[in-house]
Design a protein around this ligand. Sequence first.
Ligand code: HPA
Length: 396
Amino acid sequence: MRVAMSACLLGEPVRYDGGSKPSAEVQELAEKVEVVRVCPETAGGLRAPRPPAERLGDRVLLATGEDVTEEFSRGADACAAAIARSGATLAVLKAKSPSCGSGLVYDGTHTGRLVPGRGVLVERLEREGICVVSEEIVRECRPSVEHPVAIVLGSGLGHLGSLVRAVRRIDYRDIDGFPLSARPVAGHRFEATVGTIDDVPVVVYPGRIHLYQGYSAAEVTSLVRHAHHLGCRDIIFACATGAVPGMAPMGLGILTDQINLTGRNPLAEWDGLRDVESPFVDMNEAYSPYLRSLARGVADDCGIEVAEGVYAGVLGPCFETPAEVAALRALGVSYVGMSTVCEVIMAKALGMHVLGLTLAANESGAPAVSHESVLEAAGERAEDFERLVRGVLGLL
Ligand code: HPA
């Protein structure tokens, strides 16, 4: 996969002060992908060292007051064109910079105050649908023994758990808030495994409980709170779904967003609220654009067929009526399933980075869908699913 990266993060002395801003995590990622190095400021003809620049409205001004809007614009155009030519769909760019910043930039007063905004290059890239993240996101998503990757597996996908080189096993009954009466359904096992997959620290939860079994939203999200307590910052949810005909094919999919049609929300239940600062959670980018981009890159590199789309979570346990399938299509839904939405809300409330992967085992609304047929379809795609998850873990 090709990834554009700010040259200063790779140690090139191109910053305004003549220095660089090397990031160990970005440099590590650079070893595993094809890198397109960019520096819109030097590409625009600006020399280093020079006074710092900040965005002020549509203009970019040096601390001396000199207007360098033209240079920033020319440099951003050149870099955006180079990135487009390379085919990179992900860019890791220097945080807060007037050219490369995403989310926050300095406010133009040269007082160190940050305001919501984007750099000149980032505006161009986002217009073209390229995912832009800062080095801070790459660092936060980097797993370690203190911050393993949590992986929650759904129906028929539990096999991935057998890849873990186990250090410790945790019975779900020892997990705070997990219902003691819960028994796994066919295809599930209720024991978390802490260990590594291909040397990447992970905690795998090879099975979950569902709202349709009568459990509360707080209970079904107890595994997410447990993962957070263990230090996990990234969490991968894998679930079986029905593909909405005309919206997504059967097979593997990357979830891009969700619609919670369960009528439940863990943040509306006292137990669910225990660990979160505020229940009024921003649900933008609930499925991490960075992790989605890595998954897409792995799929493309490995020739794994993977679609993408919005997931609707329903209460279940019955499958959809034809009218419900039509309604889901009208809502822009690609995948429908009976899990995940409450867990993603909880993960987002806890500040975790979520990757949602699905196996669409049937067409939503198709006659004669059984739990067994879902398990069978999952088994057929298990190998591709495994390659996809291992590929993503390898890039983190
Ligand atoms: N609908 C809802 N959930 C599902 C389906 C479906 O068709 N298949 C697997 N989980």
